[in-house]
Design a protein around this ligand. Structure first.
Ligand SMILES: CCCCCCCC/C=C\CCCCCCCC(=O)N[C@@H](CCSC)C(=O)O
Ligand SMILES: [Zn+2]
Ligand SMILES: [Zn+2]
Length: 512
């Protein structure tokens, strides 16, 4: 036995070296032969004479739109008077849209707006552009560089709540339509514009009703485009070019109310555990035990493949070989909040309430957890995980609201609508890569799922990592350049949708 040891060791080392050599060879071959999913940009139209400039008049309209304080607070609790004023302002600001015989406008659920622009070819399925009228409340008002409802123009940026979420797309799509109709252009394909008034609190009285109205009309929609992920500048690790993130799916959500009820009493005679202490431990366990890393199991893996050939070398090797490096990429993604959101179901503690007086032991403690569910997980799985982690029957878990992750819409060369979107994005951003991904937050599209199987969530503006905290945060703003891109993106999209949407498969063509 001992005599054979050198031979055995040699064989083991040889086996190891051989395996390493084979793995390295496979990794190298895959890296250099990995297919490119990017197509060259079409002829750029933004230099055409019919480009929409962000001139004084349009910027003034956008500024005014920001000044309406259309805040949504809680489900069913909004700002009806501001919404009504904003609706009147929209009507006055886009006279051609509102007087055209081609346009039917319905006010739905009191304040939401549904426009139908009649196309000349009734055989073509309509499509829909969506956004919303409402905004979230202001936080830390003292830290804003310009008053949050001013729409003030400062150093090339328009400041205010709603500038990126989402009055840019509401006003931008209406500007595009006004521009088009004022040139007496009738689209071939019927187009809907749908603007809910309570997206920020779930869309139960706005988008839900719009969805019901269209369902009752028996409408089937070729594709829907709502607010969503942006064109990232430095957002994705290893990608130096602009990266247009088209969300073909959306995370689910689960909002849970955690409640502990214990005996209260005089603060001079406390028991060893209080309602506050028990709930704090539960919360702390949830924060210490994140939901499992699922990177590589959902549409996020496709995102890596779509950009693999364009990445800097170390990332290119990783992205071309997810079969081997998925756990490593998963770890890299889990290190920053914005990429971690793609790797797992997230857990945000959004409310914590207890106590009424300094010397009274509170009999009750309540917290709210907002989970965003990874597309490959489920509401049930998340509940089960939380229960196991908390492992304390004194902590009651009540569901406030929930929604499973959305289905994934078609993407890639087999999907004419996705390709039309990609082409339009490339007209505005000729140097950008375009990739499917999923939306880490939620949109009104949850109410439109039965209207279309092709639902995309995309914001046609550029965002850097330092811009991300502006969503629902302090100093929300959009650059004039970005707002101009938004208007022209919608304009180009509407023009492009007059071209036939063709499925080019197996040598035959079908039109939607
Ligand atoms: C690897 C790529 C990294 C890219 C990282 C960043 C991508 C960031 C993407 C999107 C951020 C934009 C978020 C906008 C959210 C707008 C929608 C919204 O606010 N929805 C509400 C709905 C409330 S319903 C109760 C929400 O809370 O989700
Ligand atoms: Zn929004
Ligand atoms: Zn929002």
């Amino acid at each position: 036995m001992w005599a054979n040891l050198p031979r055995i060791l040699t064989l083991v080392v040889r086996g190891f070296v051989l395996t390493l050599a084979v793995l390295t060879a496979v990794v190298v071959i895959r890296t250099v032969t990995f297919p490119s999913y990017q197509t060259s940009p079409p002829e750029c139209k933004t230099t055409d004479p019919d480009f929409i400039p962000a001139d004084e008049e349009r910027l003034a309209r956008f500024t005014s739109a920001i000044q309406f304080q259309t805040v949504s607070y809680e489900r069913g609790v909004g700002t009806p008077q501001e919404l009504a004023k904003f609706v009147r302002f929209i009507q006055k600001s886009f006279p051609t849209v509102h007087s055209s015989p081609m346009v039917r406008r319905d006010v739905v659920g009191n304040y939401s707006l549904l426009y139908r622009v009649e196309g000349s070819d009734a055989s073509l399925q309509p499509y829909m552009l969506a956004s919303h009228l409402d905004v979230v409340p202001i936080t830390e008002e003292a830290n804003w560089e310009a008053p949050p409802f001013s729409g003030q123009l400062k150093d090339g940026y328009i400041y205010g709540r709603g500038t990126i979420d989402a009055k840019h797309s509401l006003m931008g799509s209406l500007e595009a339509l006004e521009f088009l109709l004022s040139r007496r252009h009738q689209p071939k394909r019927t187009l809907y514009l749908a603007f809910g008034h309570d997206e920020e609190t779930g869309g139960h009285f706005g988008a839900k009703v719009i969805g019901d109205v269209l369902t009752q009309r028996g409408e089937k929609i070729a594709f829907i485009l709502d607010e969503g992920s942006p064109v990232g500048d430095g957002l994705a690790p290893g990608v130096s070019k602009l990266l247009a993130l088209v969300s073909v799916a959306e995370k689910g959500f689960l909002q849970l109310r955690l409640e502990v009820n214990e005996e209260g009493g005089h603060a001079s005679m406390p028991r060893s555990e209080s309602a506050i202490g028990i709930l704090s431990k539960a919360i702390s366990k949830l924060e210490d035990n994140p939901h499992p890393n699922m990177f590589g199991t959902g549409p996020e893996a496709r995102m890596m493949e779509y950009v693999a050939t364009e990445m800097t070398l170390p990332y290119r090797i990783l992205a071309s070989n997810l079969w081997l490096f998925s756990p490593l990429v998963a770890w890299v993604y889990s290190r920053k909040p914005q990429t971690n959101a793609f790797a797992r179901t997230t857990t945000a503690l959004t409310r914590f309430n207890a106590g009424v007086k300094d010397n009274v032991i509170s009999p009750e403690a309540v917290a709210v957890i907002d989970h965003r569910i990874h597309p490959m997980s489920s509401v049930e799985e998340v509940m089960e995980f939380d229960r196991k982690v908390i492992n304390d029957p004194r902590v009651k878990l009540n569901v406030i609201n929930n929604r499973p992750p959305s289905p994934t819409s078609p993407y890639g060369k087999d999907s004419p609508t996705y390709m039309m979107l990609q082409e339009t994005i490339q007209q505005i951003y000729p140097d950008a890569l375009v990739t499917p991904t999923f939306m880490v937050a939620n949109t009104d599209t949850r109410h439109y799922l039965n209207l279309s199987s092709a639902i995309y969530r995309f914001n046609p503006y550029v965002m850097t990592p330092s811009d991300l905290p502006r969503f629902h945060g302090v100093n929300e703003r959009i650059s004039v350049q970005n707002y101009e891109r938004v208007m022209n993106f919608y304009y180009h999209l509407i023009v492009n949708m007059d071209k036939p949407l063709e499925l080019k498969r197996h040598g035959h063509e079908d039109e939607l």
